[in-house]
Structures are given as structure tokens and as C-alpha cells.
Design a protein around this ligand. Structure first.
Ligand SMILES: NC(=O)c1ccc[n+]([C@@H]2O[C@H](COP(=O)([O-])OP(=O)(O)OC[C@H]3O[C@@H](n4cnc5c(N)ncnc54)[C@H](O)[C@@H]3O)[C@@H](O)[C@H]2O)c1
Length: 508
């Protein structure tokens, strides 16, 4: 079987048995959510409870106006432990279920809050809203662009409150800094640079690993292919972030926090018209001191994406290798440290620059580097959601489905360019020649040089392991399709496995 037909076969086999598709009970929760009095507790279900889910649980368990009625997790051990911790804190033990559809069938539940892996976000959100539940959905809200569009359509069609887990949107430090930019605090801003310089070590060798006994792997896999009885990473939970069947790499993990702010500060409420990405999953052979080492991840750990918005431009840099003692003096100075992760956004204005240094701190400087203003303070993103659930006004949300969709899409666009160019390995000279031809408000060659230096500093032999260069993809922001690449459109939307099929916009 050729590669093409094998892929098609997999695709077709996932779509069989479409008649078995789950249909959420239509708007079963509406009546309750709309009539709940301010004194009555809102009943919620937390779906996906391990890492980030713990934060969701803490937020609702700590509120007098909410009660966690269900803990949902495909891993029984995780779920039961979370039930016990809620009982200890609140005196009431939530029901534990493995299958989220139980929650959608329960009319008493007002909203769900989900921190499942990325491949589940959109389907979980669409099912919830079809059943009349409001939904807090972790970032990135989608695993691909059509899924994000489906969530936006579902929130609108079913008049549901849908908040996305980009919590910086509720932090006064960021809100006030973005207002300062919009008011011209550093003049005209046409370029923003998001940074995800966050150390990510190898997740271990690619191999065959058993699925933990407590996990219902059919439910865990959901819309993704069912690889039972094995997975290819040694640590089952969390490390799926770096496998593209489930995760979106760090551009879709840490990335949406920063691309969201980078887009917000530019005042952009649409998709870019083009993207190009380059990078690779590099450096782990040096890290493991084994030239033949193959890491289990297949997303880029090093990626630079250039987004063109016509008169504005965004650059997003992901670096998973060490940035300790990096040669980027300018960035070290902006973040006030030569060592450690640097996660934030830099806005370049005609009269100065502004740096988002943490989730609760931004600093504006004039062109000479003198501090003009500092912004501090955190907020309550869950609280903002709960307030909107009560008011029934999507406008009250700090981060609605549309904003989440636009920011998640930035990761997807970059990854599509990267995946298409994965085998297009280029020398530094070839990369420079390609990037110099790309329209951008950034100095593309300078960003490339810094990236290459960073790789060399981490022991990457660029002759042996060259970077990959993706194609420049033109994108229609309204139709949400690529206009110059059939290959890119082919991987725009994932194949599904019945009955876990996320509907398209016209079918939500
Ligand atoms: N907003 C933030 O700051 C922030 C921080 C960390 C993670 N996140 C997001 O939270 C999500 C979860 O990430 P994580 O690191 O906690 O992952 P994780 O692997 O630690 O936890 C995911 C949990 O979801 C469960 N799960 C999987 N499929 C399920 C299903 N069908 N039904 C119910 N439960 C299911 C798993 O068993 C696991 O317990 C990701 O999308 C991530 O991007 C957001």
C-alpha cells in the first residue's frame, strides 16, 4: 500500500460507523442555567483532572457560589484522588465518571470546565454546548483550525458562555498594558515578538510502552487514532503535548498565552494572511550524548513563525533547549536575566518598547531604554467566567471562544508550515536566502542568526542536523483555507474516529 493510500485507508476507517456518533441531548441544561438565582449554587463538572485540571478544581472548590458535582477523568486513579481532595476541602464528594457524556446527559449540570489533552477540547466543548452547558475550555481551544471555528459557531448557535483558558486576559497587569499600547503609549506598534524560551528536555526514546491499567484508553484517545495496546512515549500523561496526534508542541502549549497577548497588543482581531515557520526537534542527540538517539516527540522544540497581517507583523519564537547564558544580550536585558526561561512578549513601537515579562508584570521603556511605566497585578479568570455564566452575556467574558480560536489558530498555522517543510532541511545560507525574500517587519536574517547561534550553543551540529524550512503559506482569514497549497489544506483538519467526531461549522 502506498503512503497516500495507507493514509486514506486510515482516514476512511476512522469515519466508518458514523451512525454511532454521539448526539448530545439538545439544550437540556438551558432552563436551569438561565433561571439559577444568584444565591443558588451553580453545579459544574471538571473534565480532565490531572495537571491543569487541579487548578480548575481548586478554583471552583474555593467558591461559595459553585459546587463540583462531577469529576470526569479517563484515568480512574486520577479521578478518585481528585474526588477525595474535593471532599476533604468542601465536605461533599463529587460523583466520579470516566465518560463525559454522562455529564452532558445530566440536566442539573450548569457548566463544564475542561483540561483534557488538546485533541479533546473542541469535541468536549461542542457536545457540552449542544447539551446546554456553558464551557470553560483550556487553551489551545482546538487541535486544528476547523475545530476552533466549530466551537465559535456552537457558542453562538446555542447562546452559551464559552471562556478560553488564556488567563492573562483577566490580569490587570496585562489589561492595563494593552490599553497603554492602544492609547499610543509607545507610539505606533506594528511588530510584536512572542517568546517561549522554556526548557523542555527529551521525553525519552521513541518506543512501545504499555498503557497504565487505570486509564480507559478508548476514552482517552477519543477523536485521535486508537493505538491500543501501546503508546510510543514512556510517560503516559503530560508528554502527549509533544506528539502531534494529541498535542501541538510548545507553540500550541505555552504559545497561545503569548500569541494571544502579542495579537491583542497589536489590536488584531483576525487571522494573518500568511505564515512561514522553520525549526526542528533538535539537540536531544547532544543532550543524550548519542548521535543516533530518537526522541518520542514529533513536534518542533525549536520553531520560529512569522505571521503577516498586512500592515502589522508578529513573530513567535519557541526554544526548548537551554537559554542559560544565551548570547541574546538585548533579550536578556529586557527580561532582566541572563539565566532561565524567558516567556513573554515584546512590542516594538515608534516611541519605545513594552515587555510582557510575566503573567502579572509588563514594563514600558522609551527608545533609550528608560523605564516609562510598569504594570502589575493578577486577576480571576474563573471568576470572570462564573460571572458571565450568571449574567448570560458573552460580552462579559475576558476571553471568549473567538479570541481563543484566533490565538490557537496561530499555533496551527505555524505547525502546518513546519510539518510540510519537515523534510526540507536547509543550510544556514539557504535559510537566509529564503527568509530575506519574505515580507516582514522583523529583521528575518537577524532572528535566524540568533536562532542558529542558540542551537550551536546547545551543541547542535547544524551540518548533521540542519533546520527544516516550511513553505510560505497564504491564508484566507475569512474562509479559513490556504490559497496557495493543496497540501496545507489537506492537513488543515484531522480525521476522526467514530463516534468521537467533532462537527464542522455548518453541522454544529
Ligand atoms: N491555562 C494554563 O495556564 C494551562 C496550564 C497547563 C495546562 N493547560 C492545558 O490544560 C490541558 C491539560 O494539560 P495537562 O498538562 O494538565 O495534561 P495532563 O495529561 O496532565 O492531564 C490531562 C488529564 O485529562 C484526562 N483525560 C484524557 N482524556 C479524557 C477524557 N476523554 N475525559 C476525561 N478526562 C480525560 C487524562 O486522563 C488526564 O488526567 C492542556 O490542553 C493544556 O494546554 C493550561
Amino acid at each position: 500500500m502506498t503512503k497516500r493510500t495507507r493514509r486514506q485507508f486510515l482516514h476512511d476507517s476512522m469515519l466508518v460507523a458514523a451512525s454511532a456518533v454521539y448526539v448530545a441531548p439538545a439544550l437540556s441544561g438551558v432552563a436551569r442555567a438561565q433561571t439559577t438565582s444568584p444565591n443558588e449554587k451553580l453545579l459544574c463538572a471538571v473534565i480532565g483532572c490531572k495537571g491543569r485540571g487541579g487548578d480548575h478544581i481548586g478554583a471552583y472548590a474555593g467558591r461559595k457560589d459553585c459546587e463540583i458535582a462531577y469529576i470526569v477523568d479517563a484515568d480512574e486513579k486520577v479521578g478518585q484522588e481528585r474526588c477525595a481532595s474535593v471532599e476533604k476541602r468542601t465536605g461533599r464528594r463529587p460523583k466520579f465518571v470516566k465518560d463525559m457524556r454522562t455529564v452532558f446527559d445530566d440536566k442539573s449540570v450548569d457548566f463544564i470546565s475542561t483540561a483534557t489533552p488538546n485533541h479533546w477540547h473542541a469535541l468536549c466543548g461542542v457536545w457540552a454546548m449542544q447539551a446546554g452547558k456553558d464551557a470553560y475550555i483550556e487553551k489551545p481551544i482546538s487541535h486544528d483550525i476547523p475545530e476552533g471555528a466549530a466551537l465559535v459557531a456552537a457558542a453562538k448557535k446555542y447562546a452559551r458562555i464559552c471562556q478560553v483558558g488564556t488567563q492573562c486576559r483577566s490580569n490587570p497587569a496585562i489589561q492595563n498594558a494593552m490599553k497603554f499600547l492602544a492609547d499610543g503609549g509607545i507610539g505606533q506598534v506594528r511588530l510584536s515578538r512572542g517568546l517561549c524560551y522554556k526548557r523542555r528536555k527529551s521525553i525519552g526514546a521513541l518506543g512501545d510502552y504499555p498503557i497504565p491499567g487505570e486509564v480507559d484508553f478508548n476514552l482517552w484517545s477519543g477523536p485521535a487514532p486508537y493505538t491500543n495496546p501501546k503508546v510510543t512515549r514512556s510517560q503516559f500523561h503530560y508528554d502527549w503535548h509533544w506528539q502531534r496526534l494529541y498535542g501541538n508542541g510548545d507553540s500550541g502549549n505555552q504559545g497561545p498565552h503569548q500569541t494571544d497577548i502579542a495579537r491583542w497588543g497589536l489590536g488584531i482581531n483576525t487571522h494573518p494572511v500568511s505564515v512561514i515557520a522553520y525549526g526542528g526537534r533538535l539537540g536531544y542527540q547532544a543532550e543524550r550524548k548519542d548521535p543516533n538517539y530518537v526522541d518520542a516527540g514529533d513536534t518542533a522544540n525549536t520553531e520560529v513563525a512569522i505571521y503577516d497581517y498586512g500592515d502589522k507583523c508578529m513573530v513567535f519564537e519557541t526554544r526548548g533547549l537551554s537559554v542559560d547564558n544565551s548570547a541574546d544580550q538585548e533579550i536578556n536585558t529586557m527580561f532582566g536575566s541572563t539565566r532561565g526561561n524567558k516567556i513573554g512578549v515584546i512590542f516594538y513601537g515608534s516611541d519605545g518598547y513594552l515587555v510582557q515579562r510575566t503573567y502579572t508584570n509588563c514594563v514600558a521603556f522609551d527608545l533609550k531604554g528608560n523605564k516609562i511605566k510598569e504594570f502589575n497585578g493578577g486577576g480571576d479568570h474563573y471568576g470572570n467566567f462564573v460571572q458571565a455564566v450568571r449574567s448570560r452575556k458573552s460580552e462579559d467574558l475576558n476571553s471568549d471562544a473567538y479570541q481563543g480560536h484566533l490565538s490557537a489558530a496561530l499555533a496551527h498555522l505555524a505547525n502546518i508550515s513546519y510539518y510540510l517543510g519537515e523534510n526540507n532541511r536547509v543550510s544556514p545560507t539557504e535559510a537566509k536566502a529564503i527568509l530575506e525574500k519574505i515580507k516582514s517587519r522583523d529583521d528575518n536574517a537577524e532572528t535566524l542568526n540568533r536562532t542558529l547561534q542558540h542551537l550551536k550553543d546547545n551543541g547542535v551540529d547544524l551540518d548533521k542536523y540542519p533546520i527544516s524550512m516550511g513553505p510560505l503559506l497564504q491564508f484566507d482569514p475569512i474562509k479559513e483555507v490556504f490559497t496557495n497549497s493543496a497540501a496545507a489544506n489537506e492537513i488543515l483538519h484531522r480525521p476522526y474516529r467514530a463516534p468521537f467526531i467533532c462537527p464542522t461549522v455548518d453541522k454544529v
